[in-house]
Design a protein around this ligand. Structure first.
Ligand SMILES: [Mn+2]
Length: 311
């Protein structure tokens, strides 16, 4: 029996450069996300009547608009709203986990990851279970702190907080939900700031760059990545940032970094994760519809979510 998938739209853009990522969930729903998830389930389950029980859309959690102060310190108003928002999203994801369902969080800028990943950590600890590792498919390592960030953008700091470094805005959010960086594996990273490179090296995180993935093949790369992230419990959470893909195929993102994954490579990686049934939570983030009038990025995001959910 497949797990129920519960969709949460995380309508937040406060953590990135461009506020328009808050419309990512709208773009993904318009591109047919629910139908894609349900259709895959129909094929697999042969039980049309149960489809609505297998995919539940919990709707959106919407961030308030606040003014961002330019520069490395975005300001108290933004911090307070990001903190409030993250706590609300974290509790929503934790409730999904408590129901035994698979949370599929669609965003939204990557700062939402603090909530998703902390929820996984908190749920596992509460259940007395092994805390899963993380597969982080992204052009970036998101490991900056307020001290190392060149931009002040929260979407580049949230994983530092999730791994226990002090990022004040996320202190409450990650409480009880910290994750072990030695079981975090980066896939597709190629734009790492000097300060965060030191941090991820200190943590001992394994990084599969696009070049290495091309060299050893996506099958071997993801198998090795999952062996590290899943450990002995066989469980991990997965975060997929659309900017892991090459901007030529996924222009609708906030940060464009050349040299990304091609779709064939990403498809193998995502499908292998989905088929393993190892993911306890998935997030698909940084869809920026304003940078892609064609909508192809949202369509890839839909396919990515479906593959990660194993449908
Ligand atoms: Mn990114």
């Amino acid at each position: 029996m497949s797990r129920v998938i519960e969709l949460i739209g995380a309508r937040i853009g406060l953590g990135g450069r461009c506020i328009d990522t808050r419309d990512g969930p709208i773009a993904m729903r318009s591109a047919g996300l629910s139908a894609r998830l349900a259709a895959g389930r129909v094929d697999r389950e042969h039980v049309r009547d149960l489809v609505h029980d297998l995919v539940r859309d919990l709707g959106d959690i919407v961030a308030r608009d606040v003014v961002r102060v330019p520069g490395r310190d975005p300001g108290v108003a933004l911090f307070e709203e990001a903190r409030r928002y993250s706590l609300e999203l974290r509790d929503a994801v934790e409730a999904v986990l408590a129901r035994g369902a698979l949370p599929c969080v669609i965003g939204g800028d990557h700062s939402l990851g603090a909530a998703t990943q902390a929820a996984v950590g908190r749920h596992a600890r509460r259940a007395g279970a092994d805390v899963p590792g993380i597969i982080w498919i992204d052009a970036h390592t998101d490991a900056n702190t307020m001290e190392t960030t060149p931009s002040g953008n929260l979407h580049g700091m949230m994983l530092a907080a999730v791994h226990g470094l002090h990022v004040p805005v996320f202190s409450d959010v990650v409480e009880g939900g910290l994750r072990d960086p030695r079981r975090t594996v980066y896939v597709g990273a190629r734009d790492i700031d000097d300060g965060e490179r030191e941090i991820v090296e200190r943590w001992g995180c394994r990084i599969f760059t696009p070049e290495e993935i091309a060299r050893i093949g996506p099958e071997r790369a993801i198998d090795e990545a999952m062996a590290i992230a899943c450990g002995t419990s066989g469980r991990c959470s997965v975060s997929f940032d659309l900017d892991s893909l090459d901007p030529s195929i996924a222009p609708g993102v906030d940060c464009h970094v050349p040299g990304g994954l091609d779709w064939r490579t990403a498809e193998v990686i995502l499908a292998r994760i989905g088929a393993s049934n190892a993911a306890v939570a998935v997030e698909v983030v940084e869809v920026n519809p304003s940078a892609d009038p064609s909508g192809k990025t949202a369509r890839l995001a839909v396919e990515a979510a479906a593959l990660l959910c194993g449908v």
